[in-house]
Design a protein around this ligand. Structure first.
Ligand code: MIC
Ligand code: SF4
Length: 639
């Protein structure tokens, strides 16, 4: 039977289970990546698993998220990550070398391989024909320790790209269009597989922009075929050996199909505060702007930056606008410098920031009160920029560059962008891996552990009824940036859960942590797509620290649900929307006999305050049942 590329990749790596959408499967993992803000927790867990060396072909620890080092905490975490990674046979990409996804694509990604990363944008690797997905730190630690990963076999959506983009439209506009069509929960349980004659018109970095931001669909991952364009990219990276051609079989059957005519797309924009709140730039043109940020793992490749430089050349950034530019990697920055493009960027009045996540995760550049900020990033979630009153819009780098000059949102015209057609991938990238440490050069290394690293909370085995109050009731699409905010003030504490927990859900209700602790624990009630966004397991560990034993929501995002299970928190799904409506914050709930609920997949819940009973679903596979019964993965493994 003709097969999709997704199922071919999974079949090549299948250890157990059946390739049927929704079935539990276990796959061999070839590569892993971690970054610093999820990395400390991940390596603490790897140590707890007690393995000497990772079982993967290639594992890399990147330090790219918080490289501000505003206090010892951060530098301590970096020293810990570097030493623990090298000790376990993991390569280290040092601060300044670039954003994990950009560097991984450049230096390690290879078609046909599987990759799991402790970051939700790991699907960037799909741009080079990998099956690449994000997961919580514990799942990545397990993948390093065992060389395998358990997941739910996804359904496959065929996104057929036709034609060719106009000169003023970019890959960012393509993924914004997919988000407009499918929404931030449209990809849950699915892989987006790109085919069609439009694929060949897109270079690997452009494809990677699309697969990267596919994370915002809630998708398991996104994938492009590996073709001549992939080969060109790998040759230019000096890695021709990594190339293999890959595509779906002709006549492969998909669960869904979406068609996009690239030639019909116009510049798009995601309005506050969701990446799927998409409109045309034309409609909003003229909006006064205060800040423009170009960069992030979605849009910081050499190709992007050269185009931005060409648009800025000889122009001046509007006096009322602050323009920042983060090249995605040191390779990009060096090549911009070599070609004189860095001078064009600097001469325009842009501020060039380090090759790191920077403003994307609120590490500096929080906009002023009530500001309008245009960003080429992938997320504009409420408060993520660090300024609650700011309005963050997501646009393409071309829209960002011309708007920075105009001082208002402006559509890049075809005339503006005509000259950009000549900007293509170089035949050879500048290759310098001296910020990448090879573990084989570091024998007998001792792990450095600073005082900021605190023990993480461990769940409790299930026994009698769980009787606790609902300490918060939220609406739909609550993000992990709501559950466990991240910014320059909090990122230094990613290895200190007791401290972080005080800020849990603070964007929704500043009293939540205090109230939950005072009640000796609590139950969270959520709407649709609860926990969308990041892979950060901190969004499960912080509630666990506060004593949360269950979340009852209308639906969950994949990674957050996995993280809740790993932490021993019950992810319950409302049987009916009416039950969600009836519940109030403060109601005391009795989750009756949770052991039987885990076993049967249905929980009976008594609302002791209002005096009614309802049921919630708890669909679990055998592995997840064992984990929840034991009170989380660590307990389950200890057993
Ligand atoms: C993000 O973009 O939200 C992050 C920061 O990269 C997270 C990881 C984290 O929370 O550390 C992600 O995408 O998974
Ligand atoms: Fe870093 Fe932003 Fe990419 Fe997350 S989305 S990895 S914070 S650049």
């Amino acid at each position: 039977m003709p097969q999709t590329l997704t199922y071919k990749l999974l079949k090549d790596h299948l250890i157990s289970g059946e390739l049927v959408s929704g079935a539990p499967i276990s796959v061999k993992i070839d590569q892993t990546l971690t970054q610093d803000s999820t990395g400390t927790m991940c390596y603490l867990q790897l140590e707890a698993l007690g393995v000497d060396k990772v079982k993967t072909e290639r594992s890399v620890a990147y330090i790219d998220h918080n490289i501000l080092q505003s206090g010892f905490e951060n530098a301590d975490d970096h020293a810990y990550i570097q030493s623990v990674a090298l000790k376990h046979g993991v390569f280290v990409s040092k601060p300044g070398n670039g954003i994990c996804h950009q560097v991984h694509l450049e230096r390690f990604g290879a078609p046909g391989k599987t990759l799991v990363g402790s970051d939700s944008h790991t699907p960037t690797g799909g741009g080079i024909g990998m099956f690449a997905l994000g997961a919580g730190g514990l799942d990545v630690a397990l993948a390093m320790a065992t060389g395998k990963l358990d997941l739910t076999c996804p359904a496959v959506v065929n996104v057929v790209l036709k034609g060719k983009l106009r000169p003023n439209v970019t890959a960012k506009d393509v993924i914004l269009e997919v988000l407009r069509l499918l929404s931030v929960k449209g990809g849950v349980g699915k892989v987006m597989e790109y085919t069609g004659d439009g694929v060949a018109t897109l270079s690997v970095p452009e494809r990677a922009t699309i697969t990267n931001m596919g994370a915002e669909l809630g998708a398991t991952t996104s994938v492009f075929p590996s073709d001549e364009r992939t080969r060109e990219f790998l040759i230019a990276q000096g890695r021709a050996d990594a190339y293999i051609p890959l595509s779906a079989d002709a006549g492969a059957e998909y669960n869904e199909r979406v068609e996009i005519d690239l030639s019909k797309l116009r510049p798009l924009i995601a309005k506050p505060h969701m990446p799927d709140n998409v409109d045309t730039v034309k409609k909003l043109a003229g909006l006064k702007i205060d800040q423009v940020c170009i960069g992030s793992c979605t849009d910081s490749s050499l190709l992007t930056m050269l185009k931005v430089a060409a648009l800025l050349k000889g122009k001046r950034v509007h006096p009322n606008v602050s323009l920042t530019v983060n090249p995605g990697s040191r390779q990009v920055l060096t090549m911009l410098a070599d070609r004189g493009a860095l001078k064009d960027i600097l001469d325009s009045g842009a501020r060039v920031l380090e090759c790191a996540c920077g403003p994307c995760i609120g590490m500096g550049q929080s906009p002023k009160t009530d500001a309008v900020s245009l960003r080429t990033f992938n997320r504009n979630f409420y408060a993520r920029s660090g300024t609650k009153s700011a309005s963050v819009y997501l646009v393409s780098p071309l829209t960002a560059a011309v708007s920075a000059i105009a001082g208002v949102l402006a559509e890049p015209t075809e005339a503006d962008c005509k000259a950009l057609a000549g900007i293509t991938l170089p035949e050879r990238f500048d290759i310098n891996d001296n910020l990448i440490l090879d573990p084989s050069d570091f024998k007998g290394i001792a792990v450095e552990r600073g005082p900021n690293i605190k023990p993480f909370p461990i769940g409790k085995a299930l026994d009698g009824d769980i009787v606790l109050p609902v300490t918060i009731k939220t609406g739909d699409n609550i993000t992990t940036d709501d559950i466990m905010p991240s910014n320059a003030k909090l990122l230094p504490y990613r290895s200190n859960i007791p401290y972080l927990a005080e800020f849990c859900l603070s964007t929704v209700d500043a009293e939540f942590a205090k109230r939950t602790r005072a009640a000796g624990g609590g139950i969270i009630v959520g709407g649709e797509n609860y926990g969308q966004g990041s892979s950060r397991e901190h969004a499960a560990l912080a509630p666990l620290e506060l004593g949360v034993r269950a979340v009852i929501a209308k639906s969950f995002a994949r990674m957050h649900r996995d993280n809740l299970i790993n932490s021993g928190i019950l992810p319950l799904v409302f049987g009916s929307g009416a039950d969600y409506e009836k519940l109030n914050a403060g109601d005391v709930l009795d989750i009756v006999d949770p052991i039987s609920a885990v076993d049967s997949g249905v929980a009976t819940i008594k609302n002791e305050t209002q005096g009614f009973t309802f049921t919630a679903e708890l669909p679990l596979n055998a592995r997840q049942k064992a984990i929840l019964l034991a009170g989380g993965t660590i307990n389950s493994l200890r057993k």
